[in-house]
Structures are given as C-alpha cells and as structure tokens.
Design a protein. Structure first.
Length: 92
C-alpha cells in the first residue's frame, strides 16, 4: 500500500489556478470584519487564497476579487503586505 499523502489544493481567487495550499497566501476576514494576511494559514474566519505572484495580487486588486470573496472592503495595506511577502520570498 502506498502512503503518499494527498496534497491539499486551493484555487487562486484571481487566476482560477489550482495550487498546493503551501504555495498560496491566505487572506482572511475575521468575525469582526477585519481583513488581514494569514501567513500561518490557521487564523479563524473566512479565507481566500491568492497565488504567490505579483500578477495575481494585482488582478485581485484591480477587480476587487478579495472584496467580493471575503464580503468586506480590503484595505490597500493588505495588498501591499501581499506584494512585500511575494517579493521577499522571490529574493530568498
């Protein structure tokens, strides 16, 4: 019997592509309606996944995709934090 674990896949809200959960960034809206970047992937609340590419983040920003997915206004700081995380990771 094979014991290969199933890799959890998530769909990018911006591009519609399926990627392993680990290679995505989760944005979460808390019960209080606060939107934040969930680096751990464990925060409680409604989550939406974005691919770790600047293009995906820009698509999400332009089309207000995260606002719709999370049913909340996503502050510009959240997009900036996403871009910072992606850029930092691409340097490493």
């Amino acid at each position: 019997m094979s014991t290969n674990k199933k890799i959890p896949l998530r769909k990018c809200v911006a591009t519609g592509d399926m990627h392993p959960k680990k290679s995505m960034i989760r944005v979460v809206r808390s019960k209080e309606g606060e939107v934040s970047v969930d680096v751990t992937g464990k925060k409680s609340g409604r989550g939406a996944y974005v691919s770790k590419t600047e293009a995906a983040v820009e698509i999400a920003r332009k089309k207000n995709i995260l606002d719709r997915q999370l049913e909340a206004k996503v502050p510009n700081e959240v997009y900036e934090e996403l871009l910072t995380l992606i850029r930092r990771e691409s340097i490493l």
